[in-house]
Design a protein around this ligand. Sequence first.
Ligand SMILES: [Zn+2]
Length: 133
Amino acid sequence: MDYNEMLKKARETMPEISISKSRFEVPEPNVANQGKKTVLLNFNKITEYIQRDTDDILKFLTRELATSAVIEGHKAVFTGKFSRKQIADKINRYVSMYVKCGECGRFETKLKKEDRITYMECMACGAKKPVIV
Ligand SMILES: [Zn+2]
């Protein structure tokens, strides 16, 4: 078997990579206004889907919306009135900053802390870059 044949053989036996999650669709935020508060009813579904720390995401959202929030069971309750779109925009922003790989555009990334610097590492292409959290 020559080199090219070996290469061909190796490719044939390689596991299919493209079956991994190529579409990334964060669940639509389910938002309800309750008086002066805004309740994000499916907060847990969203955090589970994007696989990031609940506190990190909540911290980001409250900072972006310039308000405070508490977690109540599966829900996040924000002080103030926000529309579904406002919340969705912030979640999308979080995803593009902390989940989407800037190199290959995929979403198989994780955050890693090293010497007080947080890095986003991509499982798909191996890119690693520091992010501000
Ligand atoms: Zn990547």
